[in-house]
Each structure stands twice: as C-alpha cells, then as structure tokens.
Write a protein that binds this ligand. Structure first.
Ligand code: ADP
Ligand code: ADP
Length: 232
C-alpha cells in the first residue's frame, strides 16, 4: 500500500538566467511500513522533495499524493490540517517547546487539533522511544538524544500516514545519532509506521529498508536492503 507518492514532480526556483531546477520529473513512492533514507550531495534536491511532498512548498509541475489525497489541489487550510493530522515531522533542531514537559510536548500537536491518543497507543509509543521515566522532564533536563526521542514520539503519537524526518541525527553525537536511527527503525517495524528521512549520515544506509539517491534534482539510484558498504 502506497502512503505517499510523487508523480513527475518538477520544482523550479527563480526566473530566466537565474532559474534553478531543484527537482526534474521525479517519480517516487513510499509504501506503508517502509523506512526510506533520501541521500545525495548538498543541493541535489532532498529538502525540496520532502517539502513538496509534505505540502510545505508548491510544485512547478506534477502531482503529490498523501494516501488518496491530492496535495496539489488543497487550500492552505486543508494543507495545515493535513500537516497536523496526517503527517509527522522530525527536525534536526528537535523544535521542542522549552516550557513544556516531555509528555506535554509529545501531546501538543494532537491537542491543538482537539484530539487525544488512546492510552494504549501513547504507552506503546513512549515505550518504543524509551522515555517512560522522563515524561515529566523539560527539554533542558534531557540530553540531545533524549530530546530527539521526545520529538520522534511527538511525530508518532498521532499515527500519521507518513513521517518526514529532516536530518534527524544532524545535531547529535555519534552514540545518540545511532540510538535515534535504531528507534526510528524499531518504530517502523514494531509500530508499523512509515518514515522518510533526508540525511547525510552514512550510517543511515544500514538502518533504512531502502535508500533513494538524488543528484541534480533526479533520482539516480535506489537500493533495497542497503548495506553500509554500498554507500561508502
Ligand atoms: P538539498 O536538500 O539536497 O541540499 P535543496 O532541495 O535544498 O537540496 O536545493 C536544491 C536546489 O534548489 C539547490 O540548487 C538550491 O540552491 C535550490 N533552492 C532551494 N531552495 C531555494 C529557494 N528558496 N530559492 C532558490 N533556490 C532554491
Ligand atoms: P502553524 O501556523 O500552527 O505553525 P503550519 O501550517 O505552519 O501551522 O504547520 C503545521 C505543521 O507543519 C506544524 O506542526 C509543523 O510540524 C509543520 N511545519 C511547519 N513549517 C514547517 C517547515 N518549514 N518545515 C517542516 N515542517 C513544518
């Protein structure tokens, strides 16, 4: 089952001489329960692909679907609702609110939408990211790796159709980075979630189910069941 799909997506920035093609006719699908790493050199279009698929940026040509919803047809109001309820986000800088506890941060996007997770699902998510003992702590009382695990729980708790992670290990030391990759993989497996991760982290290839390489706005290679050797 495909949960997110780009069909012939082209994204141009600027005009005339200064025009840049950030994406050139990209076709890609992400299946339910898959953990995909999007890799490639700086400027290859990774962020643009993620932003257009998440309805954060408009396309020049093509279509994006989240489930059966055509993102390019949506109004701003519909896009905001889509991002709040059907997509999860994980950022390099964690983006936690400093005055809220871990538990309050995890529940915030859902409570803004007037919803609550079932207790069962909340407990499973918190268990998967290993935070049960830290729910009452504020971000400043947590390590970087723990803060990113709170951010992962926040993305997982609404059971979104797809989670987009933008360099989730980019701000972490190597041990915490490995932990984050491990529990992203574990949450995909045990909670049946779908994660699309943009990353420069060479270790990501050994955790993901699939690696999509971009170069100059095009998909150049796809590897299934990648190994670390394949990208080094
Ligand atoms: P990556 O995430 O792989 O580093 P990006 O998607 O950020 O690549 O960028 C792809 C290309 O689009 C680059 O050439 C970049 O300079 C250009 N680009 C990205 N965002 C903008 C923007 N807002 N305005 C103009 N050019 C942009
Ligand atoms: P709000 O006005 O409440 O921030 P938005 O429509 O801006 O609503 O954002 C909805 C959701 O989309 C946010 O909860 C956030 O997770 C995500 N989001 C917003 N801006 C960005 C961005 N630049 N990059 C990635 N995700 C974003």
């Amino acid at each position: 089952q495909t949960v997110a799909r780009a069909v012939g997506v082209t994204k141009l920035y600027g005009k005339g001489e200064a025009q840049v093609a950030a994406l050139r006719s990209v076709d890609v699908e992400f299946a339910a329960g898959e953990f995909t790493a999007i890799m490639g050199p700086s400027g290859s279009g990774k962020s643009t692909l993620m932003h257009t698929m998440a309805g954060l940026d408009t396309l020049t040509e093509g279509e994006v679907f989240i489930g059966d919803a055509r993102v390019s047809d949506m109004s701003d109001k519909e896009l905001t609702l889509l991002r709040r309820t059907r997509i999860g986000f994980i950022f390099q800088q964690f983006n936690l609110l400093p005055t809220l506890t871990a538990q309050e941060n995890i529940l915030l996007p859902l409570s803004i939408a007037g919803r609550k997770p079932s207790k069962d699902w909340f407990d499973r998510v918190v268990g998967t990211v290993g935070l049960a003992e830290r729910l009452g702590h504020r971000p400043t009382e947590l390590s970087g790796g723990q803060q990113q695990r709170v951010a992962c729980a926040r993305a997982l708790v609404s059971q979104p159709e797809v989670i987009f992670a933008d360099e989730p290990t980019g701000n972490l030391d190597s041990v915490s980075g490995t932990e984050v990759l491990e529990f992203l993989r574990d949450s995909v497996r045990s909670l049946g979630q779908t994660v699309v991760m943009v990353t420069h982290d060479p270790r990501a290839a050994s955790y993901a189910d699939r690696v999509v390489f971009l170069a100059d706005g095009r998909i150049v290679t796809e590897l299934s069941e990648p190994t670390a050797d394949a990208v080094i």
